[in-house]
Write a protein that binds this ligand. Sequence first.
Ligand code: FAD
Length: 436
Amino acid sequence: MPGPTEADVAIVGAGYTGLWTAYYLKRANPALRIVVLERELAGYGASGRNGGWVSGFFSGRPRVYERVGGHDGFIALQRAMFATVDEVGRVLAEQAIEADFVKAGHVQVALDRAQAAHLREELRSGRAQGLTEADRSELGPAELGLRLRVAGARAATFTPHVARVHPAKLVLGLAATVERLGVTIFEGTDVSEIRPGRAETPAGAVDARWVIRATEGYTASLRGLGRALVPMNSSMIVTEPLPASVWEEIGWEGREVLSDSAHVYAYLQRTEDGRIAIGGRGAPYRYGSRTDARGETAAATVASLRAKLTEMFPATATVRLDHAWSGVLGVPRDWCISVSADPSSGLAWAGGYVGEGVATANLAGRTLRDLILGEHSELTALPWVGRRPRSWEPEPLRWAAIQSVYSLYRRADRSERRSGRPSRLGRIVDVLSGRR
Ligand SMILES: Cc1cc2nc3c(=O)[nH]c(=O)nc-3n(C[C@H](O)[C@H](O)[C@H](O)COP(=O)(O)OP(=O)(O)OC[C@H]3O[C@@H](n4cnc5c(N)ncnc54)[C@H](O)[C@@H]3O)c2cc1C
């Protein structure tokens, strides 16, 4: 940024949240002067490094959202999220953003008896929350085999409400699109503090009627926000392009996204150029909410993702891994998402998506547009609007709690593998951690 700047809207963070918000605001009112302030490069954060699931599902316990909006409010949010997957596809087509978007749904497999029990339980609780057979259904062995062949799959479900995308192509395409519309993105601009009407940077202040915080897993670096969102790591590896013989064994012509059903689950996609990308949680958290600057990934995490890949697809045992990387998710204390804009202070923010922020950031961006333009809409009535999740505990409690949660989940997964039965430990940890 060249020096002190004035704008109508200053957005901190050039990931999906910041860029979708800029996009929808500028489309709604082209006269708005919008600047996006980004410490690194557009797409540097999770938006440029994720697993590329554009998922219609979202983080958090239904009852937290129901407390605000009742059951109807929760259903409205769920339906708005399903529609968001199509909205992302629509804008990509309209703006000619080439991001390998394919909406082919999500296949979830169970790799042992305990995972099969989790899957049944998820189906049952989904029905109780209002999901229909068309939203999520069981996939028999023959139907699964027609789609893709996962070694040891004992059960599977399918939902059509998920698409695949190339994450970096999406965020870079979006950045180019908003710039074309007249939004200015200042890269290399570190915001140290956000106050009503102002974002402070080393190059000077940005004065704006609205200041929007879209910093997700990096929020703790902003003054006064050290305990708002915890940065949790997620890691990925990607194979070389697989030979045709391997694809013949695996199938996967449809490009559905794929996951297993462990507590510490793995998520996969078949990329446009014929690789498999697989992700999962490695070392989940760094003391003091530190984030790792380079996305480096521990050898043990790479090895465990590789082992999971080979377990699911033995035909990949000898394929080369081309890349491994990590990034941070933003996790609020109650694991539920928030979208907020306060007209009196001019401060707004959205985030806390945990591991499901790709589609969610689009819906959050449209919701922020309506809130900032002062329009009451179906979106501003959604039950994630205006929530105030409580802060995380101070250190060292925070570190100890998060390390324990993940080591207990891993223990639950190991014990379920041995016994074949769902572990009570997993459920207890869900409740204690606030995830369910
Ligand atoms: C490995 C991995 C896999 C994932 N897989 C999926 C998936 O498949 N599907 C899914 O739905 N979600 C997934 N997620 C989560 C998803 O990527 C995120 O929720 C989403 O990208 C968040 O977007 P954002 O714009 O809010 O945050 P980010 O993309 O993290 O962007 C925040 C930006 O703010 C900038 N910033 C931060 N602080 C400052 C500051 N003080 N001053 C200036 N700039 C600042 C950062 O540099 C960054 O560019 C995954 C995440 C990771 C890490």
